[in-house]
Design a protein around this ligand. Structure first.
Ligand SMILES: [Fe+2]
Length: 291
């Protein structure tokens, strides 16, 4: 951790909704400690209500982050391999470092900088993602979240009807192509073949409908590539309009947990990436089949 964090010791905590569409700050909890069932219950309630939870002033080891994550379900691995071909560990280290550990504006992968919902190229995609800030640039390096429930709800009725039953192919291969990254390797493609999800998915916890789009999408089933791309891009632009977006400005010690079932997110390059290190620990909770 690059700055001193006063981890709270008291069991009393507060949940304060942010002004605006979504998000809540949770203060006064030490996530390194074992949480009692009623506390986990309160966190889950807040998670369903606010979609993004910001826990302030944490100092979690990787092991403690794994334990905290396991309160919410099964931990998920990652298909993407390291340059040496090895699989990523359960705590993935999000960073802007080159192989020598120096900050770089040309990191190994740039997928994070495009709007996406985590692992939508999996048959069973991610429920929640947890990011814990370990080293931050002096300013910037924000993470943006877009509310896809509001995106769906604000579409014209006619569009809602038109897209209601459409299904979309998502793939790791398309994701790499869409983001201008090196093509997926044969091993990655074999490991993670394309999957199909509803374009409008229903949140299993709230029953609300949300757009399920983002950079991992390939095309709409039964639609031409150009027609598909135009539709998917227009829905993604609609749901990522500023009025549906919350920008998280990181503070040392933040742990942010978000709901991939009703949000898109992306990292911002609004800092001097060649100069400053930005390191966050990431854990992911496995979700359920979208419907
Ligand atoms: Fe992500």
């Amino acid at each position: 951790m690059d700055a001193h964090v006063n981890v709270p010791q008291d069991g009393n905590f507060t949940i304060r909704p942010l002004d605006g569409l979504m998000g809540a700050k949770i203060e006064g909890l030490n996530l390194s400690a074992t949480l009692e069932a009623p506390v986990v219950h309160d966190i889950l309630d807040a998670f369903l209500a606010h979609h993004i939870l910001i826990f302030r002033d944490q100092d979690l080891s990787k092991e403690a982050q794994v334990s905290f994550t396991e309160n919410f379900g099964e931990l998920e691995g990652h298909v993407h391999r390291l340059p040496n071909g090895k699989k990523l560990p359960p705590v993935h280290i999000v960073n802007n470092l080159d192989p020598e550990g120096r900050p770089t504006a040309k990191p190994h992968t740039t997928g994070n900088y495009h709007w996406h919902t985590d692992k939508s190229y999996h048959a069973v995609p991610s429920l929640a993602t947890l990011l814990h800030a370990r080293e931050l640039p002096p300013t910037g390096g924000d993470t943006l979240f877009a509310n896809t429930t509001r995106g769906y709800e604000t579409l014209p009725e006619e569009t809602k009807q038109r897209i209601e039953d459409l299904r979309v192919i998502h793939s790791w291969e398309a994701s790499r192509r869409n983001t201008g990254n090196a093509p997926a390797t044969e091993a990655e493609k074999k490991d993670r073949p394309p999957v199909t999800h509803p374009l409008v998915r229903t949140h299993p916890g709230t029953g609300k409908k949300a757009l399920y789009v983002g950079m991992h999408t390939s095309h709409v089933e039964g639609m031409s590539e150009s027609e598909s791309r135009a539709l998917l891009d227009s829905l993604a632009s609609h749901t990522t309009k500023p009025e549906f977006v919350y920008t998280h400005t990181w503070r040392p010690g933040d742990l942010v947990m978000w709901d991939n079932r009703c949000l898109l997110h992306r990292a911002d390059t609004n800092y001097d990436m060649d100069k400053h290190r930005r390191i966050l620990y990431r854990t992911v909770v496995r979700g359920s089949l979208p419907f």
